[in-house]
Design a binder for this molecule. Structure first.
Ligand SMILES: Nc1nc2c(c(=O)[nH]1)N[C@H]1C(S)=C(S)[C@@H](COP(=O)(O)OP(=O)(O)OC[C@H]3O[C@@H](n4cnc5c(N)ncnc54)[C@H](O)[C@@H]3O)O[C@H]1N2
Ligand code: MOO
Ligand SMILES: [Mg+2]
Length: 825
């Protein structure tokens, strides 16, 4: 069981250290009900509620140790009462709190820890103690380990009274008046017999399993199974969603897997299986409380419920025959804390239940585009096989033998965790990659046109001025600025014409002008042009010009665009169509460019097939090589597509070595996670220098980076969207830098997000979006389902919405940054 990090961690302590004086000195924890020791009942009930368990026993330690939990003894000798047990437990516990329970009251409520914790937090107290409505039950308590010094000092003074020690601290009492049964303990053999009679266990339950099985319910869920150990899974849904259909679909599949199944259905109405006139009906009518109808083939039990309250699942489970219950499927009991599969059809028009029901572990839906949180498995409602498979796997996990001696599973961080302290931040990962790169490829002279899209090896210096002569920017009349009209219109004599490429050879004096065309050199003496639209014809051979003109207007100076000797384009610049024109305007015929990078790639995976092949069960077409091809094409690199390599260490080794010999950069996809066919990291560690990183991003968490021979290596994760995202975020900037490009920065734009984007702080997330302009502003919507294998939303989208590490859920109207795909803009 794992606990949310925010809830304090609790060790459950079963206090079995007493003398059992009134039971003739018997060890009460080992007293049996239906052949099963009390401690076993309590372990069943306690295990789902806490992070760890300790048994406090002062004798029979070996018997308690059979339960595989640490057994601790009091430091004080001579059974000094529960406080001595508290102290021993507080010393041994590795958690913030201990939850103490006596070993002789077997009916512990499933939400004991939750109630005590709530009372503690509500009242901001130090200690929480159970109250049964009449009096305090001081041994059912939640106590912080930090009070150990206070308790030790108290005990050192010789004090033993529990209430007195509690009175020294802020104490909250938690209400358990509705489940007073849990305080019924066994002090006499008669009470033992009474309890045995009232806890009618099916004999097949009473196996005394050292480590009990049990439905794994979320911690502190209310109304659990009271410690009954059976794999129980429920189905919940709004009516009309098809719970019964789902169950009838999966039952044959589960049967086919060899399971004996019990189904429990909660009916809200009068239940009538019998009909008037039948013998059984008449027995009931006559007043029998229970009627059993049995035959060689089947048996049925009808029992009148004496109370008017709804039965609890725990009450019903007591009737289940374990021989028929390798698995118990439950329909109804939606408020009971058992693991559940929610059935959801959007067409029913009802909200999802899982947001308000922490016991839902899976969502079976006919809308696979729904986003679900990581802790919920999404199942296709139309795929009964996979739902049955999910249930089988869930059951196997429940029944797996527990080897850990604590009640907590020590989980390792995975892509399911939003925050993983062992992951690198995206900035750190990028800078580590960039620090390892240098532009390696040598320069080549290329004819101008072939330089398009290549990176300049050297700066281009201008051999001339552009424009190379002072010329007119307009069709009009050239004249001297010191001769422009003053306060009134004036007439000027037109002394000649100047065309582009055909200069006027004379000199222009006062009172004169030259008819000039755009691009023509300015005639000697002139420095200003009046557009022809701003003149009027005068007498024969004259034009008239009005006032308001500016000296030097409409004239382009020599070198105004590019001065001779200046840097036109820097080294490391990628030549674009405008650059080609600039270079041409300088009369440059060829330039030095950096040799295009050679990038080799292959996909890994036994399940991959190439286009043209037929797919067998479980196989997929290799799409990653097409994504990589497309993105590499945009970068003007030489592409070496090496196909698909099987998940076989020898083949992978050969392919990696061949690729490293042929290319500057080597990319692979797949095989970098923790699966048993994920070999890439191991092989690279053997053949080259490898860093394997987990990066705090989604998608694209696992990434291998390093060198193999002279080649740079990127082992991208296999999931198709993770490939594209990691390529854009890490490989593309690295290739551009390696190719010599110095001025690459992805263009990030601010846009108003119109969708709700669910996210937890802890990692940078990239969601596929569609950005567009609306009412003069950039707005972005989520492009659809965001699973790491879902390519359709990548293809539909035109940008990545970048949600930085510490961002939580984005609400519509929030501003986000988007990175527009190079191929969309
Ligand atoms: N126990 C854990 N399992 C996984 C974790 C984790 O943290 N713990 N992380 C998941 C994440 S996140 C990713 S991403 C993947 C990375 O897996 P691999 O790099 O080992 O990739 P594969 O296992 O080979 O494949 C994953 C997935 O992608 C499909 N795939 C692979 N190559 C291609 C291809 N060329 N074309 C189309 N589809 C491809 C493959 O069939 C698998 O479905 O690990 C997760 N697991
Ligand atoms: O998050 Mo993985 O890295 O599916 O993509
Ligand atoms: Mg894998």
């Amino acid at each position: 069981m794992t606990q949310a990090h925010s809830t304090p961690r609790i060790t459950g302590v079963i206090l079995a250290g007493g003398r059992g004086s009134r039971m003739g000195g018997q060890d009460k924890g080992l007293l049996e009900l239906h052949g099963r020791p009390l401690v076993a009942y309590l372990l069943d009930a306690l295990q789902p509620q806490v992070d760890a368990i300790l048994i406090n026993a002062n004798r029979n330690q070996a018997r308690y140790q059979q339960y595989h939990y640490p057994v601790i003894s009091d430091e004080l000798s001579d059974y000094q009462g529960p406080l001595a047990g508290f102290a021993a437990a507080m010393q041994a516990a590795q958690t913030d709190y201990i939850l103490t329970i006596p070993c002789d009251a077997p009916e512990l409520a499933a939400d004991t820890a939750a109630r005590l914790l709530t009372a503690l937090q509500d009242e901001q107290a130090e200690i929480a103690v159970a109250h049964d409505g009449e009096r305090l039950q001081p041994v059912h308590a939640l106590i912080p380990v930090s009070l150990l010094p206070s308790l030790q000092a108290f005990l050192a003074k010789g004090d033993r009274k529990i209430d007195l020690w509690y009175s020294q601290h802020r104490m909250a009492s938690a209400d358990f008046s509705d489940c007073r049964r849990m305080f019924r303990n066994i002090n006499t053999p008669q009470q033992q017999a009474e309890l045995a009679a009232e806890i009618p266990l099916n004999p097949s339950f009473a196996k005394g399993d050292a480590i009990p099985l049990g439905a794994s319910v979320p911690p502190f869920a209310k109304g659990g199974l009271g410690g009954i150990s059976l794999p129980v899974i429920g189905v919940c849904a709004w009516s009309g969603s098809g719970k019964t259909t789902l169950l009838t679909d999966v039952i044959p599949r589960l049967k086919a897997a060899g399971l004996n199944l019990t189904v429990i259905k909660h009916g809200h109405h009068q239940i009538e299986l019998d009909s008037p006139g039948k013998d059984t009906y008449r027995f009931r009518e006559a007043g029998a409380d229970q009627v059993l109808l049995v035959s060689r083939k089947r048996m049925a039990m009808m029992q009148e419920c004496k109370t008017q309250r709804e039965p609890e699942l725990v009450d019903v489970l007591r009737f289940v025959n374990r021989d028929c219950a390798d698995l118990v499927l439950v329909e109804g009991f939606k408020h009971t804390a058992i693991p559940k599969i929610e059935v959801h059809r959007p067409s029913v028009g009802k909200p999802l239940l899982y947001p308000n029901d922490s016991t839902v572990i899976a969502l079976a839906t006919d809308d696979m585009t729904l986003d679900v949180p990581a802790h919920i498995t999404k199942l296709d409602l139309n795929q009964s096989d996979s739902i049955a498979e999910f249930i089988l796997q869930w059951r196997t996990r429940q029944l797996a033998p527990v080897t850990n001696t604590s009640a907590t599973i020590h989980t390792a961080p995975s892509c399911a965790d939003a925050r993983d302290p062992s992951s690198l931040s995206i900035t750190e990962a990028r800078s580590r990659i960039m620090a390892n790169l240098q532009a390696v490829a040598p320069a080549l002279k290329r004819p101008l046109r072939d330089a398009l899209g290549q990176v300049l090896a050297h700066a281009v210096i201008s051999p001339l001025n552009v424009p190379n002569h002072v010329n007119s920017a307009m069709d009009g009349y050239a004249l001297r600025s010191d001769d422009l009209p003053g306060d009134d219109c004036r007439a000027y004599r037109v002394i000649g014409k100047a065309f582009a490429g055909q200069a006027f050879s004379g000199e222009c004096g006062k009172g004169e002008c030259v008819r000039i065309m755009t691009g023509a050199s300015m005639p000697v003496g002139t420095d200003t042009v009046v557009m022809q639209e701003h003149t009027e014809a005068g007498a024969e051979g004259y034009i008239r010009i009005g006032t308001g003109h500016r000296a030097g207007q409409n004239v382009r100076q020599a070198g105004e665009d590019i001065a001779q000797g200046s840097t036109v384009l820097p080294a490391g610049h990628r030549v674009n169509p405008a650059d080609l024109a600039v270079l041409a305007s300088l009369g440059i015929a060829e330039v030095s460019v950096i040799r295009p990078l050679r990038v080799a790639f292959f996909s890994t995976g036994d399940e991959l097939r190439s286009i043209g092949e037929t797919l067998a069960e479980g196989q997929v077409y290799d799409s990653n090589r097409y994504a990589l091809y497309g993105m590499l094409q945009q970068l003007n690199v030489e592409i070496l597509d090496m196909g698909v390599v099987r998940d076989d260490p020898a083949s992978l080794e050969t392919a990696l070595q061949q690729a490293a010999a042929a290319a500057d950069v080597l990319l692979t996809s797949g095989g970098v996670s923790v699966g048993e066919a994920d070999y890439i990291k191991g092989i690279l560690a053997k053949l080259g220098q490898i860093n394997f990183w987990k990066i705090a991003i989604k998608p694209g968490r696992p990434l291998a980076f390093g060198t193999l021979g002279k080649a740079l290596f990127f082992g991208l994760p296999g999931n198709p969207v993770a490939v594209m995202v990691t390529f854009l975020q890490f490989v593309q900037p690295a290739l551009l830098k390696l190719a010599g490009e110095t001025d690459y920065e992805p263009l990030l734009l601010d846009a108003i997000c119109q969708s709700r984007l669910k996210k937890q702080p802890g990692r940078t997330e990239f969601q596929r979006g569609i950005v567009r302009r609306e009412a003069g502003k950039l707005v972005v919507d989520k492009a659809g389902y965001q699973g790491s294998g879902v390519l359709s939303s990548m293809s539909k989208g035109n940008c990545l919405i970048i949600l930085p590490e510490e961002t939580a859920t984005v609400e519509p109207g929030d501003v986000v940054q988007v990175q527009v795909f190079g191929w969309s803009g």
